[in-house]
Design a protein around this ligand. Structure first.
Ligand code: AMP
Length: 125
């Protein structure tokens, strides 16, 4: 069921459970503001998700309500994770789905990092 980004944050979503330690993840990085872990169903040789620790449904919600420190923390974490994974020279792709037209499935903001092979066109036609 695609996410409705106008709904309030749902504490029972899978990434909230990972943040509370109720579900496992293959952790890549963690700091005060962000957690990064491998996607459970990778769509590229490298497929990492970076999430804020706060309760934000989507990029829309985050950019409206998050503090400057939270926003800086997430943005820096995305860059650091990609650098640490050695993806800068060959290149990589960032993607964040927002709401139903994008197909967002998990109602906790996440930035996908894809890499490890040529990624093709930005959108399938
Ligand atoms: P989106 O369609 O942008 O909401 O992407 C949700 C992503 O979360 C998908 O790529 C899923 O494979 C991934 N995902 C769902 N559950 C888990 C989980 N428990 N651990 C890691 N990744 C997950």
């Amino acid at each position: 069921m695609p996410v409705d980004p106008t709904q309030p944050y749902d504490e029972s979503n899978v990434f909230a459970k990972i943040l509370r330690g109720e579900l496992p993840c293959k952790k890549v990085y963690e700091d005060d503001h962000a957690l990064a872990f491998h996607d459970i169903n990778p769509m590229a040789p490298v497929h990492i998700l970076v999430i804020p620790k706060g309760p934000y449904v989507s990029w829309d919600d985050f950019s409206e309500r998050a503090s400057d420190a939270e926003i800086a923390g997430l943005v820096r974490a995305v860059g650091l994770v990609a650098r640490d994974a050695g993806m800068v020279v060959q290149g990589y792709r960032l993607l964040s789905n927002v709401g139903k037209r994008s197909g967002q499935e998990v109602p906790h903001l996440h930035v996908h990092i894809f890499g490890g092979e040529p990624l093709g066109p930005m959108l399938a036609r």
